[in-house]
Design a protein around this ligand. Sequence first.
Ligand code: MTE
Ligand code: MO
Length: 288
Amino acid sequence: MVTDKNYYLNRRNFLKLGAGTIVSSQAIAEELAKTNLDLVPSDSEYAYNYVNFYEFSTNKSECVRLASKSSLNDKAISIEIGGLCENPMTLTDLSAFKIVERVYKLRCVEAWSMNLPWQGFELRELINLAKPISEAKFVKFTSLYDPDIFPDQRFNGVLDYPYVEGLRLDEAMHPLTLLATGLYKEKLKAQNGAPIRLVVPWKYGFKYIKSIAKIEFTKEQPISSWEKYNPNEYGFYANVNPNVPHPRWSQASHRVLGSFFKEDTQLFNGYEEEVGYLYKDLDLRKNF
Ligand SMILES: Nc1nc2c(c(=O)[nH]1)N[C@H]1C(S)=C(S)[C@@H](COP(=O)(O)O)O[C@H]1N2
Ligand SMILES: [Mo]
């Protein structure tokens, strides 16, 4: 694999200059394509078989067994876009978007990680089409609600469904934030959140909401499903942070799936240079 050393060094300089000023997001996106080359994707067996998808089951292999025979595999993309924006729409056609490939680290709040090669597009492209109005401060995401597909939606499930997640509008506009439709150059499998899901690499995995049915622009901060389930353990921000332990375990290190050793967890999952400026005025302990 080739890494362009000069380009990489320039990137550091650029971002240093950018500290304190507004970092050009286009520059970040372009640089990323290069740094991605350093990250070797994990064996796809982990991504396909070690999954969290509570609508199917809390058991990882049971998720895969149920998802792989479900009609979610054949579901077409259809996202209702609305709320505080000028152009509400039902998104079914992605031809307007530039499809990119990014290898990102995924760090689950359960203290394991893997490197995933996503195909998708930058969420900001969609946001620019929808044109949020000035009152819009957050983006709320809602997963599909379909008890015929998801067993855990048939009775009193573990979570209060549909699964909900949220981002601040500036986080959603960040060039690292993707809507993914593929993994390992294959169409997204049901267990990984077909037909389309969120990817926010500097946050814990539970923010990567699967099987998105609705996106809304809101004034108020949305209450995400895990926050609702236990606000003391799962905050709205959920930025990866080795210095803020989960109440029941440390977040200082994690197991890299496929590797025998543990690895130190990095602030913002190693994407601090790219996203640190978003949080310079935020107390990361209070806003975990
Ligand atoms: N709708 C929905 N999205 C979800 C989840 C879920 O249970 N339901 N689990 C989350 C968690 S905890 C993680 S770690 C990631 C896992 O994504 P993956 O299984 O594709 O690796 O999806 C997230 N998205
Ligand atoms: Mo997770």
